[in-house]
Write a protein that binds this ligand. Structure first.
Ligand code: ZN
Length: 411
């Protein structure tokens, strides 16, 4: 059994989170859920987040070029701890599958229902109000706490954080992601990339197919090869095996009685630790050579414009990442959470990808995940979150800020 940790510096208790604080936080969450914020359309929620931060007394609040809302408190010039929550959500899907209004934020038996409740407006509300405690009590911190409410995480995770770090010049020393962990800790996840593959043939009249070359038949052989490839991909002891799946197929022909000369496939590739984009492409190129197929394979590429009108583009590659078990950020977070939660949190990994793909996967900024909500409810109909977990997370975030800034060694 692990020895319990020594008591840490001044801490917030649930008693600091009185009825008024708790109610204000849940009211804020309700308004967030009632305001749709599909990726690229976060402007109303962003205004709401900035106004809430100002009301709570954050000394610095601004919106950056891509539309991230950045709230700061503490002492500038020291180490920076950044709390990350994305403002966007996926669409509601089939409205008929919901038994609650997806934008109603209805509360029933201690749970709030609606799109984004678990992924991740619950964490956003808990962060904004939890760190608001530091501003309210004017806690003197040996560094700075930033709450970054970011855009467009769902389609292009990490992109908004790249802009924040590389273009806005905010360089956090540590990052806490609030994506749902059920109040446990996540220390990494597999990465992903999108691969575009085309097979080429030669058109002719479908009444004499032997005179042409059917690009669909080539694609069929590639698809079969890709299915077989799955079992041979690399495995990491913690993150598991990489995977590959064809998710889309289209072919272009002059008509329904014409042999198609081109077929396009989209491939979803999940990358485990050690797998790179070039390795993943090379595997498919080898398959094309082996099967003697005329084709072309390349990395997918995104081009997108934020609600502020800021355009970004880049390859659809999102690296895997995993924090070492003995990293001080991880051990200090476990200790801090143990004090707040009254139990030792478990440490696992996420099944999905997050902004950590940039912060840790690309930029190497130590990153871990801690959030309210059940990740199995993310993107589902009747998505919901337990209100009690929001309150717990809010107090835990405030204590994490105090404990980590006081105790973490920083470069
Ligand atoms: Zn999310």
């Amino acid at each position: 059994m692990a020895p319990s940790s020594p008591a840490l510096t001044p801490r917030f208790q649930r008693s600091h989170w009185d009825e008024t604080r708790a109610q204000a936080c849940i009211d804020f969450l309700k308004r967030l859920v009632q305001t749709p914020s599909l990726s690229g359309q976060e402007s109303a929620v962003a205004r709401m987040v900035a106004a809430e931060m100002r009301d709570l007394g954050y000394p610095g609040v601004r919106v950056d070029r891509i539309g991230n809302v950045i709230g700061r408190c503490g002492r500038p010039g020291g180490p920076i701890l950044l709390f990350n929550a994305h403002m966007d959500t996926v669409d509601i899907g089939d409205p008929g599958a919901w038994t609650h209004d997806p934008y109603g934020a209805e509360i029933e038996q201690g749970r709030l229902y609606g799109r984004g409740a678990a992924d991740m407006k619950g964490a956003l509300a808990a962060m904004v109000h939890g760190i608001g405690l530091l501003a309210r009590h004017q806690i003197d911190l040996p560094g700075e706490v930033i709450v970054a409410a970011v855009v467009q995480e769902e389609p292009t995770e990490g992109m908004a954080m790249r802009v924040l770090v590389e273009e806005e010049g905010i360089r956090p020393h540590w990052v806490i992601l609030g994506e749902p962990t059920n109040l446990q800790i996540a220390r990494g996840h597999r990465g992903r990339m999108e691969i575009r593959l085309s097979t080429f043939g030669r058109s002719c009249h479908a009444s004499a197919p032997q005179q042409g070359e059917n690009a669909l038949y080539s694609a069929a052989r590639v698809i079969f090869g890709i299915e077989l490839l799955n079992s041979n991909l690399m495995t990491d002891a913690v993150l598991g095996q990489g995977t590959i799946a064809v998710t889309h197929l289209s072919s272009v022909a002059g008509g329904r009685n014409v042999i198609p000369d081109r077929c396009d496939l989209i491939i979803d590739r999940r990358l485990t630790l050690g797998e790179t984009a070039s390795r993943a492409l090379a595997e498919i190129e080898a398959l094309l050579r082996r099967e003697n197929i005329r084709g072309e394979v390349q990395t997918g590429y995104y081009r997108t414009t934020s609600y502020t009108g800021y355009s970004t583009e880049g390859p659809e590659v999102y690296p895997a990442w995993l924090m070492p078990e003995d990293h001080p950020l991880l051990t200090h977070t476990i200790n801090s959470l143990e004090q707040t939660l009254g139990r030792r949190p478990t440490v696992g990994v996420w099944a999905f990808s997050t902004d950590g793909t940039y912060t840790m996967g690309t930029a190497g900024i130590p990153t871990i995940g801690f959030g309210p909500g059940d990740d199995r409810l993310a993107h589902t109909a009747d998505e919901s979150i337990r209100l009690e977990d929001i309150h717990t997370a809010a107090v835990a975030y405030a204590n994490l800020a105090v404990d980590l800034l006081h105790h973490l060694p920083h470069p």
